[in-house]
Write a protein that binds this ligand. Structure first.
Ligand SMILES: [Ca+2]
Length: 410
Protein backbone atom coordinates (compact mmCIF):
# COMPACT_ATOMS: atom_id res chain seq x y z
CA UNK A 1 0.00 0.00 0.00
CA UNK A 2 2.98 2.22 0.67
CA UNK A 3 4.04 1.71 -2.93
CA UNK A 4 0.55 2.39 -4.24
CA UNK A 5 0.44 5.63 -2.27
CA UNK A 6 3.80 6.66 -3.70
CA UNK A 7 2.64 5.91 -7.24
CA UNK A 8 -0.50 7.97 -6.71
CA UNK A 9 1.61 10.85 -5.40
CA UNK A 10 3.90 10.59 -8.43
CA UNK A 11 0.91 10.43 -10.78
CA UNK A 12 -0.61 13.44 -9.06
CA UNK A 13 2.60 15.39 -9.59
CA UNK A 14 2.83 14.57 -13.28
CA UNK A 15 -0.80 14.65 -14.24
CA UNK A 16 -1.94 17.74 -12.46
CA UNK A 17 -4.22 16.27 -9.78
CA UNK A 18 -4.34 18.31 -6.61
CA UNK A 19 -1.90 16.94 -4.05
CA UNK A 20 -3.94 15.68 -1.09
CA UNK A 21 -2.26 18.21 1.23
CA UNK A 22 -3.65 21.10 -0.80
CA UNK A 23 -7.20 19.81 -0.48
CA UNK A 24 -9.53 21.32 2.06
CA UNK A 25 -10.23 18.00 3.78
CA UNK A 26 -12.82 19.52 6.11
CA UNK A 27 -14.79 20.73 3.09
CA UNK A 28 -14.57 17.28 1.49
CA UNK A 29 -15.80 15.67 4.73
CA UNK A 30 -18.78 18.04 4.61
CA UNK A 31 -19.55 17.01 1.04
CA UNK A 32 -19.19 13.40 2.17
CA UNK A 33 -21.84 13.78 4.87
CA UNK A 34 -24.18 15.60 2.48
CA UNK A 35 -23.70 12.72 0.01
CA UNK A 36 -24.48 10.16 2.72
CA UNK A 37 -27.82 11.81 3.38
CA UNK A 38 -28.71 12.61 -0.23
CA UNK A 39 -27.44 9.48 -2.03
CA UNK A 40 -26.78 6.68 0.42
CA UNK A 41 -29.80 6.96 2.71
CA UNK A 42 -32.47 6.65 -0.03
CA UNK A 43 -30.68 3.58 -1.48
CA UNK A 44 -30.22 2.01 1.95
CA UNK A 45 -33.84 2.66 2.90
CA UNK A 46 -35.01 1.05 -0.31
CA UNK A 47 -32.88 -2.00 0.57
CA UNK A 48 -34.64 -2.33 3.93
CA UNK A 49 -32.11 -0.57 6.18
CA UNK A 50 -33.72 1.17 9.17
CA UNK A 51 -32.81 4.66 10.30
CA UNK A 52 -31.52 3.16 13.57
CA UNK A 53 -29.04 0.97 11.68
CA UNK A 54 -28.17 3.82 9.31
CA UNK A 55 -27.05 5.87 12.33
CA UNK A 56 -23.66 4.11 11.99
CA UNK A 57 -23.03 6.48 9.07
CA UNK A 58 -23.27 9.56 11.32
CA UNK A 59 -20.06 8.67 13.08
CA UNK A 60 -18.26 7.63 9.90
CA UNK A 61 -15.44 9.78 8.57
CA UNK A 62 -13.43 9.42 5.39
CA UNK A 63 -10.37 7.18 5.54
CA UNK A 64 -7.69 9.22 3.79
CA UNK A 65 -5.13 6.42 4.08
CA UNK A 66 -6.79 4.28 1.38
CA UNK A 67 -4.97 4.03 -1.98
CA UNK A 68 -6.03 5.58 -5.30
CA UNK A 69 -8.48 8.13 -3.90
CA UNK A 70 -9.93 10.75 -6.21
CA UNK A 71 -11.40 13.46 -3.94
CA UNK A 72 -13.99 15.77 -5.52
CA UNK A 73 -12.24 18.50 -7.52
CA UNK A 74 -9.14 16.43 -8.27
CA UNK A 75 -8.50 14.62 -11.52
CA UNK A 76 -8.56 10.88 -11.91
CA UNK A 77 -4.91 9.84 -11.58
CA UNK A 78 -3.49 8.37 -14.77
CA UNK A 79 -3.06 4.63 -14.79
CA UNK A 80 0.29 3.53 -13.41
CA UNK A 81 0.49 0.70 -15.98
CA UNK A 82 3.67 2.12 -17.53
CA UNK A 83 5.52 1.56 -14.27
CA UNK A 84 4.14 -1.90 -13.77
CA UNK A 85 5.85 -5.11 -14.84
CA UNK A 86 5.24 -8.76 -14.33
CA UNK A 87 7.53 -11.78 -14.36
CA UNK A 88 7.25 -15.54 -14.04
CA UNK A 89 4.07 -16.96 -12.52
CA UNK A 90 6.48 -19.22 -10.62
CA UNK A 91 6.88 -16.60 -7.90
CA UNK A 92 3.38 -17.48 -6.65
CA UNK A 93 4.52 -21.00 -5.87
CA UNK A 94 7.62 -20.30 -3.81
CA UNK A 95 8.12 -23.32 -1.54
CA UNK A 96 9.08 -21.06 1.36
CA UNK A 97 5.68 -19.38 1.18
CA UNK A 98 3.80 -22.63 0.61
CA UNK A 99 5.41 -24.59 3.47
CA UNK A 100 3.67 -22.84 6.41
CA UNK A 101 0.31 -22.91 4.61
CA UNK A 102 0.70 -26.64 3.99
CA UNK A 103 1.57 -27.50 7.58
CA UNK A 104 -0.99 -25.17 9.18
CA UNK A 105 -3.58 -26.38 6.68
CA UNK A 106 -2.96 -30.01 7.67
CA UNK A 107 -3.48 -29.04 11.32
CA UNK A 108 -6.79 -27.36 10.43
CA UNK A 109 -7.88 -30.41 8.41
CA UNK A 110 -7.40 -32.54 11.53
CA UNK A 111 -8.92 -30.05 14.00
CA UNK A 112 -12.04 -29.40 11.91
CA UNK A 113 -12.38 -32.89 10.47
CA UNK A 114 -16.04 -33.28 11.50
CA UNK A 115 -17.10 -29.81 10.34
CA UNK A 116 -15.33 -30.31 7.02
CA UNK A 117 -16.98 -33.70 6.56
CA UNK A 118 -20.36 -32.02 7.13
CA UNK A 119 -19.45 -29.25 4.65
CA UNK A 120 -18.49 -31.83 2.02
CA UNK A 121 -21.69 -33.79 2.67
CA UNK A 122 -23.86 -30.71 2.18
CA UNK A 123 -21.96 -28.91 -0.62
CA UNK A 124 -19.83 -31.61 -2.25
CA UNK A 125 -16.59 -29.65 -1.84
CA UNK A 126 -13.64 -31.54 -0.30
CA UNK A 127 -12.10 -30.25 2.93
CA UNK A 128 -8.63 -29.49 1.51
CA UNK A 129 -10.11 -27.15 -1.13
CA UNK A 130 -12.15 -25.27 1.50
CA UNK A 131 -9.18 -25.06 3.88
CA UNK A 132 -6.83 -23.93 1.08
CA UNK A 133 -9.12 -20.96 0.34
CA UNK A 134 -9.42 -20.20 4.05
CA UNK A 135 -5.61 -20.19 4.32
CA UNK A 136 -5.06 -18.08 1.23
CA UNK A 137 -7.72 -15.50 2.10
CA UNK A 138 -7.04 -14.88 5.78
CA UNK A 139 -4.28 -17.20 7.00
CA UNK A 140 -7.01 -19.47 8.49
CA UNK A 141 -8.55 -16.46 10.20
CA UNK A 142 -5.29 -15.44 11.88
CA UNK A 143 -4.90 -12.25 9.82
CA UNK A 144 -6.23 -9.31 11.77
CA UNK A 145 -8.53 -7.40 9.46
CA UNK A 146 -7.28 -3.81 9.53
CA UNK A 147 -10.36 -1.82 8.52
CA UNK A 148 -13.90 -1.00 9.57
CA UNK A 149 -15.87 -2.19 6.56
CA UNK A 150 -18.43 0.63 6.59
CA UNK A 151 -15.76 3.33 6.73
CA UNK A 152 -13.64 1.77 3.97
CA UNK A 153 -16.62 1.11 1.71
CA UNK A 154 -18.09 4.58 2.29
CA UNK A 155 -14.73 6.16 1.41
CA UNK A 156 -14.33 4.02 -1.72
CA UNK A 157 -17.94 4.64 -2.79
CA UNK A 158 -17.53 8.39 -2.30
CA UNK A 159 -14.07 9.00 -3.75
CA UNK A 160 -12.45 5.73 -4.81
CA UNK A 161 -11.11 5.29 -8.34
CA UNK A 162 -13.92 2.72 -8.94
CA UNK A 163 -16.68 4.53 -7.04
CA UNK A 164 -19.58 2.98 -8.93
CA UNK A 165 -18.49 -0.57 -7.98
CA UNK A 166 -18.51 0.25 -4.28
CA UNK A 167 -21.81 2.08 -3.83
CA UNK A 168 -23.79 -1.17 -3.92
CA UNK A 169 -21.27 -2.82 -1.61
CA UNK A 170 -21.73 -0.04 0.95
CA UNK A 171 -25.51 -0.51 0.86
CA UNK A 172 -25.01 -4.30 1.17
CA UNK A 173 -22.79 -3.76 4.25
CA UNK A 174 -25.59 -1.73 5.85
CA UNK A 175 -28.03 -4.56 5.06
CA UNK A 176 -25.69 -6.98 6.89
CA UNK A 177 -25.83 -4.72 9.95
CA UNK A 178 -29.62 -4.52 9.61
CA UNK A 179 -29.84 -8.30 9.61
CA UNK A 180 -27.74 -8.27 12.80
CA UNK A 181 -25.16 -10.88 11.90
CA UNK A 182 -22.46 -8.86 13.59
CA UNK A 183 -22.20 -5.49 15.35
CA UNK A 184 -20.73 -2.59 13.40
CA UNK A 185 -17.51 -2.48 15.44
CA UNK A 186 -16.93 -6.11 14.49
CA UNK A 187 -17.75 -5.68 10.79
CA UNK A 188 -14.05 -5.81 9.88
CA UNK A 189 -12.63 -5.97 6.38
CA UNK A 190 -9.59 -5.54 4.20
CA UNK A 191 -8.99 -1.98 2.95
CA UNK A 192 -11.02 -2.94 -0.13
CA UNK A 193 -14.04 -4.01 1.92
CA UNK A 194 -13.61 -7.82 1.79
CA UNK A 195 -15.27 -9.22 4.89
CA UNK A 196 -14.20 -11.76 7.46
CA UNK A 197 -12.27 -14.99 7.17
CA UNK A 198 -13.48 -15.93 3.63
CA UNK A 199 -12.99 -12.32 2.41
CA UNK A 200 -16.43 -11.90 0.84
CA UNK A 201 -17.50 -8.52 -0.48
CA UNK A 202 -20.79 -7.55 1.22
CA UNK A 203 -22.92 -8.47 -1.83
CA UNK A 204 -21.28 -11.92 -1.86
CA UNK A 205 -21.94 -12.24 1.87
CA UNK A 206 -25.64 -11.57 1.35
CA UNK A 207 -25.82 -14.10 -1.48
CA UNK A 208 -23.54 -16.89 -0.28
CA UNK A 209 -22.64 -16.74 3.45
CA UNK A 210 -24.35 -19.42 5.56
CA UNK A 211 -25.02 -20.02 9.25
CA UNK A 212 -23.36 -23.42 9.49
CA UNK A 213 -23.20 -23.66 13.30
CA UNK A 214 -26.92 -22.94 13.62
CA UNK A 215 -26.80 -20.00 16.05
CA UNK A 216 -28.97 -17.86 13.75
CA UNK A 217 -26.15 -15.57 12.61
CA UNK A 218 -23.93 -15.77 9.56
CA UNK A 219 -20.76 -14.91 11.44
CA UNK A 220 -17.83 -15.28 9.04
CA UNK A 221 -15.64 -13.21 11.38
CA UNK A 222 -15.70 -15.37 14.50
CA UNK A 223 -17.27 -18.73 13.62
CA UNK A 224 -15.06 -21.31 11.90
CA UNK A 225 -18.04 -23.50 10.90
CA UNK A 226 -19.80 -20.48 9.35
CA UNK A 227 -16.56 -19.62 7.51
CA UNK A 228 -16.01 -23.13 6.16
CA UNK A 229 -19.69 -23.64 5.29
CA UNK A 230 -19.81 -20.29 3.50
CA UNK A 231 -16.78 -21.14 1.34
CA UNK A 232 -18.33 -24.54 0.52
CA UNK A 233 -21.67 -22.96 -0.34
CA UNK A 234 -20.00 -20.33 -2.53
CA UNK A 235 -18.24 -22.99 -4.60
CA UNK A 236 -21.32 -25.25 -4.76
CA UNK A 237 -23.47 -22.37 -5.97
CA UNK A 238 -20.88 -21.59 -8.65
CA UNK A 239 -21.09 -25.13 -10.01
CA UNK A 240 -18.56 -27.26 -8.11
CA UNK A 241 -18.88 -30.85 -9.27
CA UNK A 242 -18.73 -33.31 -6.45
CA UNK A 243 -16.41 -36.22 -7.10
CA UNK A 244 -14.18 -34.38 -9.55
CA UNK A 245 -10.71 -33.05 -8.87
CA UNK A 246 -9.54 -29.55 -9.95
CA UNK A 247 -6.85 -30.74 -12.36
CA UNK A 248 -3.51 -32.53 -12.85
CA UNK A 249 -0.03 -31.52 -13.90
CA UNK A 250 0.61 -32.96 -17.34
CA UNK A 251 3.30 -33.43 -19.97
CA UNK A 252 2.25 -31.80 -23.23
CA UNK A 253 4.25 -32.99 -26.25
CA UNK A 254 5.54 -30.42 -28.75
CA UNK A 255 2.93 -31.60 -31.28
CA UNK A 256 0.08 -30.37 -29.05
CA UNK A 257 -0.06 -26.57 -29.39
CA UNK A 258 -0.14 -24.43 -26.27
CA UNK A 259 -2.72 -22.36 -28.17
CA UNK A 260 -5.27 -25.10 -27.44
CA UNK A 261 -5.57 -23.71 -23.91
CA UNK A 262 -8.83 -22.52 -22.40
CA UNK A 263 -12.21 -23.37 -20.85
CA UNK A 264 -13.88 -23.15 -24.28
CA UNK A 265 -11.58 -25.80 -25.78
CA UNK A 266 -12.28 -28.74 -23.54
CA UNK A 267 -12.42 -32.35 -24.64
CA UNK A 268 -12.55 -35.66 -22.83
CA UNK A 269 -9.31 -36.40 -21.00
CA UNK A 270 -9.10 -39.60 -23.05
CA UNK A 271 -8.90 -37.40 -26.18
CA UNK A 272 -5.97 -35.46 -24.69
CA UNK A 273 -4.35 -38.81 -23.91
CA UNK A 274 -4.92 -39.81 -27.52
CA UNK A 275 -3.00 -36.70 -28.61
CA UNK A 276 -0.05 -37.73 -26.42
CA UNK A 277 -0.74 -35.74 -23.26
CA UNK A 278 0.17 -37.70 -20.13
CA UNK A 279 0.12 -37.10 -16.41
CA UNK A 280 3.54 -36.32 -14.93
CA UNK A 281 5.74 -38.77 -13.04
CA UNK A 282 4.34 -41.81 -14.86
CA UNK A 283 1.00 -41.58 -13.06
CA UNK A 284 -2.27 -42.25 -14.90
CA UNK A 285 -5.27 -39.93 -14.90
CA UNK A 286 -7.80 -41.45 -12.48
CA UNK A 287 -10.35 -43.63 -14.30
CA UNK A 288 -13.18 -41.65 -12.73
CA UNK A 289 -11.87 -38.50 -14.46
CA UNK A 290 -10.84 -39.84 -17.86
CA UNK A 291 -14.27 -39.76 -19.51
CA UNK A 292 -14.92 -36.25 -18.18
CA UNK A 293 -13.82 -33.08 -19.96
CA UNK A 294 -10.31 -31.73 -19.48
CA UNK A 295 -8.96 -28.30 -20.36
CA UNK A 296 -5.38 -27.44 -21.23
CA UNK A 297 -3.94 -24.89 -18.80
CA UNK A 298 -0.48 -23.36 -19.30
CA UNK A 299 -0.15 -20.24 -17.11
CA UNK A 300 3.46 -19.62 -18.22
CA UNK A 301 2.99 -21.02 -21.72
CA UNK A 302 5.92 -23.26 -22.62
CA UNK A 303 8.00 -21.63 -19.83
CA UNK A 304 6.46 -23.61 -16.97
CA UNK A 305 4.32 -26.55 -15.86
CA UNK A 306 1.26 -27.53 -17.89
CA UNK A 307 -2.01 -28.91 -16.58
CA UNK A 308 -5.17 -30.69 -17.59
CA UNK A 309 -7.80 -28.83 -15.56
CA UNK A 310 -11.41 -29.84 -14.93
CA UNK A 311 -14.56 -27.71 -14.72
CA UNK A 312 -13.82 -27.28 -11.01
CA UNK A 313 -10.73 -25.23 -11.83
CA UNK A 314 -13.04 -22.63 -13.37
CA UNK A 315 -15.28 -22.77 -10.30
CA UNK A 316 -12.24 -21.78 -8.22
CA UNK A 317 -11.81 -18.86 -10.62
CA UNK A 318 -15.27 -17.69 -9.57
CA UNK A 319 -13.69 -16.94 -6.18
CA UNK A 320 -10.93 -14.90 -7.79
CA UNK A 321 -10.62 -14.45 -11.52
CA UNK A 322 -6.90 -15.15 -11.77
CA UNK A 323 -5.67 -18.48 -13.22
CA UNK A 324 -2.78 -18.33 -10.77
CA UNK A 325 -5.12 -17.91 -7.80
CA UNK A 326 -7.13 -20.98 -8.80
CA UNK A 327 -3.96 -22.97 -9.47
CA UNK A 328 -2.57 -21.90 -6.10
CA UNK A 329 -5.70 -23.16 -4.32
CA UNK A 330 -5.74 -26.47 -6.20
CA UNK A 331 -2.03 -27.03 -5.63
CA UNK A 332 -2.17 -26.09 -1.94
CA UNK A 333 -5.07 -28.53 -1.46
CA UNK A 334 -3.04 -31.27 -3.19
CA UNK A 335 -0.03 -30.56 -0.99
CA UNK A 336 -2.14 -30.78 2.18
CA UNK A 337 -3.19 -34.21 0.95
CA UNK A 338 0.47 -35.24 0.58
CA UNK A 339 0.94 -34.23 -3.06
CA UNK A 340 4.34 -33.31 -4.44
CA UNK A 341 5.66 -29.98 -5.80
CA UNK A 342 5.21 -29.39 -9.53
CA UNK A 343 7.50 -31.61 -11.62
CA UNK A 344 8.24 -29.08 -14.39
CA UNK A 345 10.19 -25.98 -13.34
CA UNK A 346 9.03 -22.40 -13.84
CA UNK A 347 11.66 -20.93 -16.15
CA UNK A 348 13.26 -17.58 -15.39
CA UNK A 349 11.44 -15.42 -17.90
CA UNK A 350 12.21 -11.75 -18.47
CA UNK A 351 9.91 -9.19 -16.92
CA UNK A 352 7.35 -7.68 -19.27
CA UNK A 353 5.94 -4.18 -19.15
CA UNK A 354 2.17 -4.07 -18.70
CA UNK A 355 1.76 -1.10 -21.01
CA UNK A 356 3.61 -2.94 -23.81
CA UNK A 357 1.31 -5.94 -23.28
CA UNK A 358 -1.74 -3.69 -23.38
CA UNK A 359 -0.56 -2.12 -26.64
CA UNK A 360 -0.06 -5.61 -28.08
CA UNK A 361 -3.59 -6.54 -26.97
CA UNK A 362 -5.02 -3.43 -28.63
CA UNK A 363 -3.31 -4.36 -31.93
CA UNK A 364 -4.71 -7.91 -31.72
CA UNK A 365 -8.19 -6.58 -30.91
CA UNK A 366 -8.05 -4.40 -34.01
CA UNK A 367 -7.74 -7.63 -36.00
CA UNK A 368 -10.82 -8.99 -34.27
CA UNK A 369 -8.95 -11.34 -31.93
CA UNK A 370 -10.49 -11.76 -28.47
CA UNK A 371 -7.70 -11.21 -25.93
CA UNK A 372 -10.04 -11.16 -22.95
CA UNK A 373 -9.88 -7.37 -22.61
CA UNK A 374 -6.88 -5.11 -23.25
CA UNK A 375 -5.85 -4.68 -19.62
CA UNK A 376 -2.14 -5.48 -19.75
CA UNK A 377 -2.76 -8.75 -17.94
CA UNK A 378 -2.07 -12.09 -19.54
CA UNK A 379 -4.96 -14.55 -19.39
CA UNK A 380 -5.46 -17.65 -21.53
CA UNK A 381 -6.93 -15.69 -24.45
CA UNK A 382 -3.87 -13.48 -24.70
CA UNK A 383 -1.54 -16.45 -24.28
CA UNK A 384 -3.12 -18.39 -27.11
CA UNK A 385 -3.26 -15.31 -29.36
CA UNK A 386 0.51 -15.05 -28.91
CA UNK A 387 0.85 -18.77 -29.72
CA UNK A 388 -1.24 -18.38 -32.87
CA UNK A 389 0.86 -15.38 -33.98
CA UNK A 390 4.07 -17.31 -33.35
CA UNK A 391 2.83 -20.30 -35.36
CA UNK A 392 1.67 -18.04 -38.22
CA UNK A 393 5.10 -16.36 -38.20
CA UNK A 394 6.91 -19.69 -38.36
CA UNK A 395 8.14 -19.53 -34.77
CA UNK A 396 7.82 -22.23 -32.13
CA UNK A 397 4.73 -21.38 -30.10
CA UNK A 398 5.49 -20.48 -26.47
CA UNK A 399 2.19 -18.71 -25.66
CA UNK A 400 3.79 -16.28 -23.23
CA UNK A 401 4.83 -12.65 -23.76
CA UNK A 402 8.51 -11.73 -23.63
CA UNK A 403 9.96 -8.21 -24.09
CA UNK A 404 11.73 -8.92 -27.41
CA UNK A 405 8.50 -10.21 -28.94
CA UNK A 406 5.53 -8.21 -27.61
CA UNK A 407 6.20 -5.16 -29.80
CA UNK A 408 6.14 -7.37 -32.91
CA UNK A 409 2.92 -9.27 -32.24
CA UNK A 410 0.08 -7.93 -34.33
CA1 LIG B 1 -23.56 -18.97 12.87
Amino acid sequence: MQLAATLVAVAAFFFGALPAAALDKAAVEQQFHAWIERQVWPAAKKAGVSRATFAVMDGTSLDWSLPDLVPPGSKQPASDMRQSEFGSPGRYFDEKKLAPLISLGRERLATYKDTLAAVEKRYGVPGPIVVAIWGRESGFGRVKLPNEAVRSLATLAFMGARREDFFGELVAALQILEEDHVTSDRLRSSWAGALGQPQFLPSKFLAFAVDFDGDGKRDIWNSVPDTLGSIGNYLARHGWRSGRDWGFEAEVPAGVSCALEGPDRGKPITAWEGAGVARVAGKAFPDSERKGDGFLLMPAGRHGPAFIATENFYVLKAYNESDLYALFIGHLADRMRGGKPFVAPWANVEKVNRLAVRDMQLRLEKRGIDVGGADGLVGFKTRRAIGDWQAATGLAATCFPQPAMVDKVR
